[in-house]
Design a protein around this ligand. Structure first.
Ligand code: NZQ
Ligand code: ZN
Length: 390
């Protein structure tokens, strides 16, 4: 049942092989000081850095570089970035990289002038940006596909001292003003990162699909997105430079988490809470943490949402329901999903990501409990799911 909602997505997207040609016109809308944010150096190896810098110079910008954003950006790095942005009097933060770089750019944009400890304010107390706080506009040139950060207000920051990895979903005033999506920019991703991103996309869709019992258009849209994702992922794993497959994957990623399919619907997000807790203790790659906890979680909650799991089996995995009970159909769907996950090379156990049995209590303590899915987990249940994921 669709309730009351407002839908507005202010991010302008430029998609395709020629997408970067639009960067100059976008830059002309901002002041001269640009803070160029990037990760550990992949953009220097694959030439994207040179391409972006030449547009920045041709546009007459004064560029301050802030490189070295690590996968799973930290609260310490955020504090450094805020200082840099203030010193540079940044009129625009241009993020060139994956979700980590885009998330970090958004965090700096709301934190540089917030006058408070951003970790405490936005990630622990979960406060909004105060009225009147200057928000530095962000633009993205995406190089890794998965998070949807290019068209949403999400920003996930890790605090290693506190063993917490927490996301804050900011409002439309924090969404990137524009994002450049050229599928070819993702061709140099190592296979591990590519499939991790593919599973991140799948998980974003499933987090929004496995909730509610109403007849909701978003569920039909998500089944279509999932079918297209599975089809294109199979092609991309065989041939990573297949433009058609990679461009479809890039577009699905954006729609999986740009708020559209969540409107008028309950959502779960417990897989992300489990995965982020694993990430806080291991610093493992985001999509792989999700892959490793998903099946134990879904098998555990299946009895609480059985009709939806059966629908998923039939509409997404093509399970033939003839002569089977609903439970059998639902379980067969998860079995098909497991086979596919193994086939594309996902990590299926948290022990392969560095988690050990003696860490399980701590990881359980770092797992936030969500209330929108088919089962609100107790601490004992979280522990049991993590144990089954080892
Ligand atoms: O740092 P560099 O050298 O650039 O290397 C990166 C990094 O090591 C590399 N890479 C990126 N583009 C490349 C490339 N290597 C070769 N060629 C390219 N074209 O890939 C590695 C991973 O990059 P990262 O940005 O960390 O990956 P991802 O896009 O998966 O982002 C992960 C972060 O996003 C958060 C995650 O928790 C994690 O912190 N998320 C953000 C969300 C959001 N904003 O809504 C939602 C997600 O659920 C997620 O939680
Ligand atoms: Zn994710």
């Amino acid at each position: 049942m669709l309730g009351n909602f407002t839908y507005c997505n202010p991010t302008k997207l430029y998609f395709g092989k020629d997408a970067l040609n639009n960067l100059g016109a976008e830059l002309s809308q901002y002041g001269k000081n640009v803070m160029l944010v990037y990760g550990g150096g992949s953009i220097k190896k694959n030439g994207i850095y040179d391409k972006v810098l030449s547009v920045l110079h041709a546009s007459g910008k004064v560029v301050t570089e802030d490189g070295g954003v690590m996968p799973n950006p930290t609260s310490e790095k955020l504090a450094d970035g805020c200082e840099k942005a203030r010193a540079a009097k940044a009129d625009l933060i241009l993020a060139v990289g994956g979700g980590s770089v885009c998330d970090y750019a958004k965090a700096v944009s709301v934190s540089a002038y917030c006058g408070d400890d951003p970790w405490e304010k936005y990630f622990i107390r979960m406060e909004d940006v105060d009225d009147g706080t200057k928000i530095i506009p962000v633009g993205c040139v995406l190089t890794m596909v998965g998070t949807g950060s290019e068209m949403n207000g999400g920003s996930v920051i890790t605090n290693h001292a506190e063993k917490l990895k927490i996301g804050h979903v900011f409002g439309e005033n924090v969404f990137p003003k524009f994002s450049v999506l050229n599928p070819e920019f993702t061709f140099t991703l190592p296979k591990y990162q590519m499939v991790s991103g593919i599973y991140d996309i799948m998980s974003h869709i499933l987090e929004q699909y496995f909730s509610g019992t109403d007849d909701n258009t978003s569920d039909y849209i998500m089944e279509g997105l999932l079918r297209s994702l599975i089809h294109s992922a199979d092609i991309a794993v065989e041939n990573p430079t297949d433009y058609e497959a990679r461009s479809n994957i890039m577009w699905i990623a954006t729609w999986a988490l740009n708020t559209f399919v969540a409107k008028g619907k309950e959502t779960d997000w417990e897989v992300h809470m489990l995965g982020q807790a694993v990430g806080a203790h291991t610093d493992a790659t985001h999509g792989m943490t999700l892959a490793a906890v998903s099946l134990p979680y879904y098998r555990y909650i299946l009895p609480y949402g059985q009709p939806k799991f059966a629908r998923y089996a039939v509409n997404v995995w093509g399970v033939d329901p003839a002569g089977k009970t609903e439970k059998q159909v639902a379980e067969e769907g998860l079995d098909e999903m497991e086979k596919w996950m193994k086939k594309i090379g996902l990590v299926m156990n948290i022990s392969d990501l560095g988690a050990t049995e003696d860490m399980l209590k701590g990881i359980t303590g770092s797992t936030l409990v969500m209330e929108g899915g088919y089962k609100v987990l107790t601490e004992e249940e979280i522990y049991a799911i993590l144990k089954a994921s080892l």
